[in-house]
Design a protein around this ligand. Sequence first.
Ligand code: AQP
Length: 334
Amino acid sequence: SPRIFSGIQPSGGLTLGNYLGALKRFVDKQNEGIETIYCLVDMHAITVWQDPAALRHQTREMAAGFIAAGIDPARSILFNQSQVTAHAELAWIFNCVARMGWMGRMTQWKDKAGKNSENASLGLFAYPALMAADILAYKATHVPVGEDQKQHLELTRDIAAKFNNDFKVNFFPITEPVIEGAGTRVMSLRDGSKKMSKSDPSDQSRINLTDDADTIAAKIRKAKTDPEPLPDTVEALKDRPEARNLVNIYAALAGSSPEAVVTEFAGAQFGSFKPKLADLAVAVLSPITAEMSRLMQDPAEIDRIIGQGAARADAIARPIVDQVYDIVGMIRSR
Ligand code: AQP
């Protein structure tokens, strides 16, 4: 039966990109009654420097964001990665299965390490092996992610296949990426060629789940656009990345399609479209923001919830990782 796993790094606050590309779809999958495991990947977050107090805060705030958005900790398993040691253990095995060349070709590595790769952490380079471990420690069959994670998921499939082949076993499933809907690639509000990211130095480039209504409206009003009105076809947005992004965001928030949005707003100027988009964004996000801040009043309760999630996650992953040690030839005598 299908088992879904996905994660988000607590390397900052949740953005509209994380919400539309990942979190909203995590909730849909849970509500379809599929087994769902969602992880706050704090070990991935430290592949770039994180202030310890900020990391703790962001992890709790992200857990609150998941619950506020509709993740029910009784139905989904919600936990932070470092509390389940299977992730680190399996990642080591995969570091020995994966090849340096595979890692070196990852665009996220090239983007994040940039020209100064000598000075990037070893963890940043090995990031996709830890991600493969996250997924395969549960033998997850489906992974809902945004478009940007497609390459890493292909690497997870390669690692699973090489492990199965090296050890002549049919142990790990070949995981399917689940990349669907209008919100799979939300772009920066300042630059239609860059994805909206929680670590972008410009706060104006993104909408945060903690932004209040006025801030959201101001960011959308100032979002980069071109002087043309909205066209009546999606094809006509091809060379207008900023305009296309706002249409996609509207469609994803409304649960409709970019085609339906251009049909509704054909010929409208951005001066009239943007306030409608802002109203929609506020209507969708403000109940989540309010619930997040209510949950953050009781951090001990959040810690309790993710601790329970970690115990449930461990119960699934532990026997799988123990079998891996056995397959690899490691003695387990106690
Ligand atoms: N702009 C985006 N549009 C659609 N989906 C997105 N995701 C991230 N940005 C967008 C999806 O959110 C999930 C969690 O991503 P992550 O936190 O593991 O790392 P990331 O993809 O590197 O996201 P950020 O926000 O850009 O974080 P930083 O700045 O720390 O690197 C994934 O499913 C991702 O696809």
